[in-house]
Ligand binder design. Structure first.
Ligand SMILES: *Cc1c(COP(=O)(O)O)cnc(C)c1O
Length: 362
């Protein structure tokens, strides 16, 4: 770690791989011999075309996407997808199933209903404050899609396996676990992910859409809210967030060339999460908030004996070079976000600090 950088456990925007930040810094004033910064070049230039196409090629390779899949970069964050999905995929008489696993799924349901779409909620974990992932869900075989949030950033839960929908295509918000593990994309019709958790900075949302879903898009939508606008123009209909896409390209290159792919990344992610959960489970000072079989490998949520201790914990952690450990304001407590770029050393340093804090306060 560089002497003046801290270990960053922020939930998003979040830590990025140091080699990526260094590469950006090194090439910042003169990108690829252009004599201009990457943020000064035209989005129509051959340099930028190479960036966006390389990012798309890497995504296709990492997730084994065939030509039926379109890879799109859209602004407005994952939150804009909450309305774009029902606008584009649900016509009159169509229905969709949405599983409610907390904050982000709840918002996705709310936005679809605002548009007067027919949305059914076949399962919810609201009864226990969203501390688990529902099981044995009966999906509507006639639904156009079944929507899930694969990782619940705020509640600290994650789908360990994708649900059996009986062939109904999954539409998934993967904002906080995209590229953290291999996934079988055959089960999906659409996947979206705000870049700022696992694969880049804020400002761009990655959307993967299958041709069968793209075929559903009606003509009458505003251009910027219509998937076909982006698929027809390789996400270059208007000026894209070029710096964000460039950073995503570098993170993908880091995953492929430095880490060695999604299997390797998942193995490291599992080790990081296991170290933290095992430590929490082995004592009674810290308490995990999610059911053991539903725990997130990305966002580890936990409580201390009381709120004043939690405040002190977050403060003292920062004084010790460990930042971003406060839980989301809607749930309180503490949360360590340990996305792809977070190194094992950061989690080891956190566990050491937690031991020390417990000794002093416990
Ligand atoms: C952060 C987050 C969002 C919101 O993303 P924005 O890009 O801020 O709109 C949506 N879903 C999940 C799962 C998230 O973690």
């Amino acid at each position: 770690m560089q002497a003046d950088r801290i270990y960053n456990f922020n939930p998003g925007p979040a830590a990025l791989p140091l080699p990526v930040l260094e590469e950006i810094q090194e090439s910042f004033l003169n990108y690829a011999g252009s004599g201009m910064s990457v943020i000064e070049i035209s989005h129509r230039s051959s340099e930028f075309e190479a960036i966006i196409n390389d990012a798309i090629t890497r995504i296709r390779r990492l997730l084994s996407l065939d030509d039926d899949w379109h890879v799109l970069f859209i602004q407005g964050g994952a939150s804009t997808q909450f309305c774009m999905i029902p606008m584009n995929l649900l016509g009159r008489g169509d229905t969709a199933d949405y599983v409610d696993t907390g904050t982000w799924s709840t918002k996705a349901i709310k936005e679809a209903r605002l548009l007067d779409k027919s949305v059914r909620v076949p399962a919810s974990s609201e009864d226990r404050n969203y501390c688990y992932i529902p099981k044995n869900i009966e999906f509507d075989p006639n639904a156009v899609f079944a929507h899930i949030t694969t990782n619940n950033t705020i509640k600290g839960t994650q789908w360990a396996d994708m649900p059996d929908t009986g062939g109904v295509p999954l539409v998934a918000d993967m904002s906080s676990d995209i590229m953290s593990r291999p996934v079988d994309m055959k089960k999906f019709g659409l996947v979206y992910a705000g870049a700022q958790k696992n694969i880049g900075p804020a400002g761009v949302c990655l959307v993967l859409i299958h041709r069968k879903m793209l075929d559903r898009v009606p003509d009458g939508l505003p251009s910027m809210l219509k998937y076909t606008t982006f698929s027809a123009k390789n996400s270059l209909y208007n000026t894209p967030p070029s710096f964000a896409i460039y950073t995503v390209q570098l993170v993908l290159k880091w995953i492929e060339e430095t880490v060695g792919g999604l299997e390797k990344l998942e193995a490291v992610n599992r080790q990081k999460a296991a170290l933290l959960y095992d430590f929490i489970d082995n004592g009674d000072f810290y308490r995990s908030t999610a059911d053991a079989d539903s725990r997130s490998l990305m966002n580890v949520t936990f409580r201390l004996p009381d709120e004043s201790m939690e405040t002190l914990f977050v403060e003292q952690a920062l004084e010790n070079g460990l930042g971003g450990l406060k839980g989301h304001r809607s749930v309180g407590g503490c949360r360590a976000s340990i996305y792809n770029p977070t190194p094992m050393a950061a989690v080891e340093a956190l566990v050491d600090f937690m031991k020390d804090f417990e000794k002093r306060a416990g």
